[in-house]
Write a protein that binds this ligand. Structure first.
Ligand SMILES: [Zn+2]
Ligand SMILES: [Zn+2]
Ligand SMILES: [Zn+2]
Length: 301
């Protein structure tokens, strides 16, 4: 069976192709119209394509199994990559704003803005619709990666629309300031998405616990604990990009054989994998309930 994430990666690879075609159309639109807002949209597309290619590459690296020098595997690299991407996105945003202000103060004329407008609307619309389709597909398959990618593409579609509105106003009123203003808004939007990337990167590298994930893990521990007859404490979990590393102490009846306790812990591991992704790892500390307090009382709660 093909895994969840490799299906998503195939769609995202195809998405890269769609991105390159729409980027080419946007570059032509900029060349014709000389619009700062469309240039901002171009910058956002370049950054986006770079980010997607980079994240596919880092996902490929992350999938490499653990080795002698990386005993916990290579999953964390996706967060490092997201941080680098985020900083690139933020610099593209700042350049967009600087360029908008500069062209405005230079008083450069707009070119054939109507044709540029049509092209950029076509490219932006195609991106947005493609994103909507991927987002729906991701939601239906509850594939986080695909849904997030689709959502980003839809946001890019709105960015293109914003640039187009600025260009229409500038073209009709003859005041170049509208175009510069739209470019600045596009720049701010891109800056915000770059900032979010950096934030999620830091969160991932610092093992920030996501409350929503915590709820899911606790729900499974409760359900499986009831079914398999264990209680638990000292729960910890850390994100691995597309899955999680869960670490918990399980308390069984003192008389239970180690063999049986291990079988039940393995069932818990399967349940966690079903919920949190194939790559999820579980480390457990198996403990006899009555003897536990004597062994390490400080670890309770
Ligand atoms: Zn983007
Ligand atoms: Zn314990
Ligand atoms: Zn085992």
């Amino acid at each position: 069976m093909e895994s969840h994430s490799s299906v998503a990666h195939r769609w995202i690879r195809f998405s890269l192709l769609v991105g390159l075609v729409t980027l080419a159309v946007k570059v032509v639109a900029y060349g014709i119209s000389n619009s700062a807002a469309i240039l901002g949209d171009v910058a956002e597309s370049v950054v986006h394509i770079g980010a997607v290619a980079f994240s596919l590459y880092s996902a490929h690296l992350a999938a490499k199994p653990a080795d002698k020098s990386h005993l916990y595997g290579h999953a964390k690299i996706v967060f490092f990559a997201a941080g680098v991407e985020g900083m690139l996105v933020m610099s593209a945003a700042i350049l967009t704003v600087v360029n908008a202000v500069w062209t405005f103060t230079q008083g450069a004329e707009l070119g054939q803005w109507q044709l540029g407008l049509l092209l950029s609307l076509a490219a932006g619309g195609a991106n947005g619709l493609w994103g909507l389709w991927l987002w729906r597909k991701g939601k239906k398959a509850s594939n986080y990666l695909l849904a997030a990618h689709g959502e980003h593409l839809m946001a890019d579609g709105w960015t293109s629309l914003g640039a187009a509105i600025g260009l229409i106003l500038a073209g009709m009123t003859g005041w170049r300031g509208w175009d510069a203003l739209a470019a600045c808004l596009v720049g701010l939007h891109v800056l915000w998405s770059g900032f979010n990337l950096v934030r999620s990167s830091v969160g991932g590298l610092m093992d920030r616990a996501e409350p929503e994930v915590n709820e899911r893990v606790v729900a499974i521990l409760h359900a499986e604990g009831e079914r398999l007859g264990f209680t638990w404490h000292r729960l910890r979990h850390r994100p691995l990009g597309e899955s999680y590393w869960v670490d918990v102490h399980l308390l069984f009846e003192d008389e239970m054989t180690l063999r049986e306790a291990h079988r039940r812990a393995t069932e818990l591991e399967r349940a966690l994998r079903r919920e949190l992704g194939e790559g999820t790892e579980l480390s457990t500390h198996l403990e006899p309930r009555k003897d536990h307090e004597r062994q390490h009382p400080s670890q309770l709660k």
